[in-house]
Design a protein around this ligand. Structure first.
Ligand code: SF4
Length: 349
């Protein structure tokens, strides 16, 4: 039985007879199905914005992706970052984080899995072949948690063997879930990094609804390390709250003690950031939210971030905690400006 049990399934008529659709339905028996023409036209009714989101996230759509399945991503000018590739294997996810930018990204919030896996693998392979002399990074967790539906789709079991033939490339599977059974059951490959977004439990309780606890995420990371995988630690978004330093310090102490640091490929740090369009959704869903308290400033890419001196202090303080615990682990900043990088580089190096 799947960990995710929706109460309604939308299926595009074009993919009804796909073997992956049948495989998913076998794991989700007795759930009402509505057949649709196009996942982009799904509408879920509700009394309030929050009600619509909550009801949407109790559904699942099975669809064929229209358009690119692999997207090249470059940071906007003024933000530090390398060109990377996103694998478009789904939209939205079953968890419900207050800060999720996907809330204002797609036309609906229904978790959607794309089952045109063969086309997806072909597109990935084309990029891998064209760039086989370079060190490139693919992500499978940008527009949908990388593993939230892996027990239904089995996609990781196809991606990992493909990447095993291209050791110069790296595939990062970023998740907050504990859906690791498929990973454990296939041979680990060195260029796969399973990364978890870790947050102090107080932040999970307040802002990461329906998500596994910190302890559950740590256990899942320990288990995939035991199975031979490399792991990444993402503190992104870092959310400031009362006593934020103590909460993050205590979490890092536990993480770096329990994980095998020889198999931790990186720790990435990124402060909470948002486009103005997200604030409307966040406030409509919860007028009392503490997420938008604090001093935010517009940045060069149009996103709002904590005031620069605050971000710098946060990265420095967290960076010092990490360096006290590990001299070697690679620390990087996520989607930050060169000015902030320069202010903290001596501590993070
Ligand atoms: S886990 Fe990621 S994709 Fe899912 S709701 Fe949270 S932020 Fe959004």
């Amino acid at each position: 039985m799947s960990k995710y049990q929706p109460n309604k399934i939308f299926i595009e008529k074009d993919v009804v007879n796909s073997s992956i659709t049948r495989q998913i339905l076998k794991k989700l028996p007795d759930i009402p199905v509505e057949y649709i023409d196009d996942y982009r036209s799904i509408k879920v009714d509700g009394d309030t914005t929050d009600d619509i989101f909550k009801k949407s996230k109790e559904c699942l759509a099975i669809a064929g992706k229209k358009g690119e399945l692999v997207k090249e991503f470059r940071c906007r000018d003024g933000i530090v970052g390398n060109t990377e590739y996103f694998i478009s294997h789904g939209n939205n996810c079953s968890l419900d984080c207050d800060y999720c930018f996907l809330q204002c990204y797609f036309g609906n919030a229904v978790p959607t899995v794309f089952i045109n896996h063969d086309e997806m693998l072909d597109e990935i392979k084309d990029v891998l072949l064209a760039t086989s002399d370079k060190k490139i990074v693919f992500h499978a967790g940008e527009l949908c948690d990388a593993l939230a539906f892996d027990d239904l789709t089995g996609l990781s079991g196809k991606l990992i063997p493909l990447f095993s033939a291209f050791p110069n490339a790296r595939l990062e599977l970023r998740t907050k879930t504990t859906t690791i059974e498929n990973l454990i059951n296939i041979k680990a490959v060195g260029n796969i990094v399973v990364s978890w977004t870790f947050s102090p439990q107080i932040i999970i309780d307040e802002h990461e609804h329906k998500a596994p606890s910190l302890e559950q995420r740590i256990r899942a990371a320990e288990d995939v390390q035991t199975a031979g995988y490399n792991v990444g630690i993402c503190l992104d978004p870092i959310i400031l709250c009362d006593d934020w330093f103590d909460h993050y310090k205590s979490m890092l102490g536990i993480l770096l003690e329990r994980l095998d640091m020889a198999r931790v490929k990186f720790i990435s740090l990124g402060g909470f950031r948002y486009l103005p369009s997200l604030t409307k959704v966040i406030r409509e869903r919860n007028l009392q939210t503490s997420l938008l308290l604090g001093e935010f400033v517009p940045c060069v890419d149009g996103k709002y971030r904590y005031f620069r001196p605050t971000r710098t202090e946060v990265y420095k303080e967290i960076g010092k905690v990490i360096r006290d615990l590990s001299k070697d682990v690679k620390i990087s900043l996520c989607m930050e400006t060169p000015e902030v990088w320069n202010s903290v580089k001596d501590i993070l190096k």
